[in-house]
Design a protein around this ligand. Sequence first.
Ligand code: NAP
Length: 347
Amino acid sequence: MVLKVGVIGTGMIGQDHIRRLTQVLSGVEITAVTDIALDRAQSAAPAGAEVFETPEALIASDKVDAIVICSWGPAHEEQLLTAIAHGKPVFCEKPMVTSEEAALRVMKAEVAFGRRLVQVGFMRRFDADYRRLKAVIDSGTLGAPLLYKSCHRNASVPEGLYTSEMPLNDTLVHDADISRWLLSDEVVGVEVRLPRRSSKGGELRDPHIVLLHCASGAIVDVEISVNIGYGYDIRGEVSCEAGIAALPNRPATVISDAHGYRQALPADWRERFIEAYDQEFREWIVAAGEGTATGPSAWDGYAATLVADAALRAVESGVLEPVTMIEKPALYTDGISLGQALREENA
Ligand code: NAP
């Protein structure tokens, strides 16, 4: 069976996902696209795809079995709710939504529908290096995780974004999600520290240090730098009771010349996570073909939204801001991981 997909939002990542769905992956066909700028949708539309004037018309069309949302964050809620109302599986780029209330409405609609339909675009969970790191932690051989250092360094930010809003709403959500997933834990409080401002960004508030306090007592220390200029540099290191597990450096050609030995850094997220995005969609296509969703859920989108909200509050207050979640609906309960079980057994 070939999954017929409609894409909403044909900007930077929308075009990249259209490329992978048409040129890299199988079992899928893009039958519909839409964007606020119809000419952008027109030029991004692959051969045979219809350009719809609105997301509502695209979602309702019987040419579309499943939806990929790549519009900007504030538009996601309405598009998710429409997809759920039509009972269609939907992949939604992060951030799932931009407020706690919106996240609760999305979960309420999905729970009322009675089956998972939403997968959120936290692609790091599909990266082979992060998966191996999680397997080591879950095996329990290093004991309980105590600390996780996550470095998220972007080359540059779009002009005009100077406050903490973009780094904490758009960037931190990836670190929040991967931390929860790696440590099988929930975040219960957030602190933010503002170090010396980099002179490279003018008025830009950069970098940020974010401390995520987890329910187990583990602490995640996240560096968010959004304007390093020289590339895209992602690192992670988990300190456990009996050892340390770290993400490896990405294999890259080693250049030897007058400057010494060096390896190139990826230019951006498209290059660093190219295989992760492919795998994320490979798994999405299988689940969507069965009328459901696996992978990062609306619950995970909700959790990341709460962390971003708390971080923004913490910038203002300068103190630890609590994160309070509702009770997890049964739809999102997938049991505890093997690692958790082993750690509890050994405790
Ligand atoms: P972008 O280049 O601005 O593309 C977004 C596109 O959606 C634009 O063409 C925009 O039109 C259009 N759009 C906005 N609201 C819409 C609506 N209500 N209905 C239809 N189209 C609408 O942004 P992007 O970088 O592709 O990012 C899109 C989403 O992906 C964001 O949520 C972003 O955070 C996420 N993202 C995720 C990753 C990742 O690593 N997973 C990486 C990059 C981006 P206008 O420009 O005219 O508003």
